[in-house]
Design a protein around this ligand. Structure first.
Ligand SMILES: Cc1cc2nc3c(=O)[nH]c(=O)nc-3n(C[C@H](O)[C@H](O)[C@H](O)COP(=O)(O)OP(=O)(O)OC[C@H]3O[C@@H](n4cnc5c(N)ncnc54)[C@H](O)[C@@H]3O)c2cc1C
Length: 488
């Protein structure tokens, strides 16, 4: 029997109607469900939010609202202080319960505790669910209950738990449809604003949000891409990865749906194709790993996970940072990657590692500068994954690359973009260089370069640093710091 007459489901990073734990719970426990989202103008205009992610979220909100309207309901789109707005909605609709899905980001936890305390003080029921991750931060821990800080044992534990405690997608839509509050009961609602209202420009090149789009991408990947994923996931010139990250970030697809799709692909596949599904599942577990790191060690949002790394003395060079972020380092693979980021709001994982290594080791700049830059430019910008990726590369994080691992950008380029196709697609100035010279154009004799239309310093910059010297400088800086005893 339903316990509540009317409940509110507060949507945040879960902009979908299917496989939605809070929605399913609310519908099971209530006679009527009101769906709401609260726009936070401070966050939307703030330094941690960029145009690509706003574009994905607003597109997804518009689709969510359309989906609710098709079913005779609506999305209560509010703006301002979450507690004040949700309280007013509760009074208007007579809601006596609030449901939402947990978010491990420190500012979200603080906000949620405040809202939950306010609702409880009003005598309302509050329920927070695990939804954004397959297993919550306390559900895949060591036998003594402490969190894992190394990926491989975490993954082993995660996979073991799935044997006995699988989490299939929750079939919320069918269950909730008849429980959705009628639009009249919610009252007039506003339109989804344009990103420009918060200072964000639109671009047709940014990923498109929406639950239907996410489902299409997953289906296409599972039917044709996942089999070759293990072999092709490192080549930026090919479409070898799912590109679901903006959707997993905005929650337009459920993590249980993704894990189940990979398991089904594995079941029907044979040999190496099954390996693709396993490798992809492993990447989803990396996402979970960093989520639980952030939940248990929130200090990583501000400073290195490894205490010794807090003594690292980074260089301070605005001009080097600008050369990196504006794709003018003179290393084609680095510059091509930054062009991809700056124009499309997405960057291939291999390239994220290469450019992060370049910023933190070659230029010896603080990883937090790169982390902030990614935050503003990525459509999938996610505190846990972004911080995890940067701290891994900078060797300051948990289970990170050892400090002496310094990617050679030319070797990486030759290995993962052997024909230079990706570089050519992003850097038209180098389009006429062949595979033997495109990875390091400064080595080409000036006449040969001019024949290919490249005059170094005019059409394309010379390298900002020499690889060998930069490597030595990084080792000299990192080595003494990491000889100090490590403490988490
Ligand atoms: C410096 C750096 C910064 C990063 N910043 C982010 C970020 O802000 N947001 C983000 O979602 N990912 C981030 N990643 C991880 C990874 O690069 C992206 O998730 C991936 O490129 C997204 O493309 P895809 O959806 O095609 O991935 P696929 O290869 O298809 O993987 C499927 C999903 O698994 C998850 N995933 C894959 N690799 C990782 C990883 N290493 N860590 C955590 N989750 C992973 C993502 O949700 C991804 O969508 C970062 C990596 C690095 C090295």
């Amino acid at each position: 029997m339903p316990r509540h007459t009317t409940s509110i489901v507060w949507f945040r990073r879960d902009l979908r109607l299917n496989d939605h734990v809070a929605l399913e719970r609310a519908a099971t426990e209530s006679e009527r469900v009101v769906c709401a989202f609260v726009l936070d103008p401070v966050l939307l205009r703030g330094p941690h939010t960029g145009a690509p992610i706003v574009s994905v979220f607003f597109g997804s909100l518009a689709e969510l609202r359309a989906g609710l309207r098709e079913r005779g309901s609506d999305l209560a789109l509010l703006e301002g202080d979450a507690l004040a707005e949700l309280r007013t909605l509760a009074r208007r609709t007579g809601a006596t319960a609030l449901y939402y899905n947990l978010d491990y980001e420190p500012h979200a936890r603080e906000r949620d505790e405040h809202v939950a305390a306010g609702f409880r003080a009003d005598g309302a029921h509050v329920a927070a669910s695990i939804d954004h991750v397959y297993y919550g931060a306390d559900e895949a821990c060591k036998p003594d209950g402490s969190p894992y800080t190394v990926f491989t044992p975490y993954k082993r534990r995660w996979l073991e738990r799935r044997e006995t405690d699988p989490r299939p997608p929750v079939l919320s839509l069918a269950a909730v449809e008849r429980k959705l509050a009628r639009a009249e009961a919610i009252g007039p609602t506003r339109d989804v604003p344009a990103p420009e209202a918060y200072g964000h420009a639109r671009s047709p090149h940014y990923p498109r949000g929406g639950e239907a789009n996410a489902r299409r991408i997953l289906d296409a990947f599972v039917s044709s891409g996942i089999g070759a994923y293990a072999e092709r996931r490192n080549e930026p010139a090919v479409d070898g990865t799912s590109r679901l990250s903006p959707h997993l970030r905005a929650g337009t697809i459920g993590i249980r749906t993704c894990v189940a799709a990979a398991a089904e692909a594995r079941r029907v596949a044979r040999g190496t194709a099954a390996g693709g599904a396993d490798t992809w599942t492993s990447e989803l577990i990396w996402r979970e790993f960093y989520q639980q790191i952030l939940a248990h060690f929130p200090h990583v949002a501000r400073e290195p996970f490894v205490a010794a790394a807090r003594n690292l003395e980074f260089r301070d060079s605005q001009s080097d940072f600008e050369a990196w972020s504006q794709a003018r380092t003179g290393y084609p693979i680095v510059d091509a990657a930054l062009v991809q980021l700056n124009t499309t709001g997405w960057m291939h994982n291999r390239l994220r590692m290469i450019v992060a290594s370049f910023l933190t080791k070659h230029l010896l700049l603080d990883y937090r500068l790169g982390e902030r830059y990614f935050e503003q430019r990525l459509a999938d910008a996610d505190l846990a994954a972004n911080n995890g990726g940067w701290q891994w590369t900078a060797s300051t994080g948990t289970d990170a690359a050892p400090y002496f691992r310094i990617f050679n950008p030319v070797l990486q380029s030759k290995k993962f973009d052997p024909n230079g196709d990706f570089i050519r697609s992003m850097l038209p100035a180098l389009a006429k260089l062949d595979a033997s010279s495109i990875h390091a154009p400064w080595l080409l004799p000036p006449l040969a370069a001019a024949a290919a239309g490249v005059r170094l310093g005019r059409d394309y910059p010379p390298p900002i640093v020499d690889h060998r010297l930069a490597r030595e400088r990084a080792l000299a800086t990192y080595a003494p710091v990491f000889r100090l005893p490590r403490r988490a």
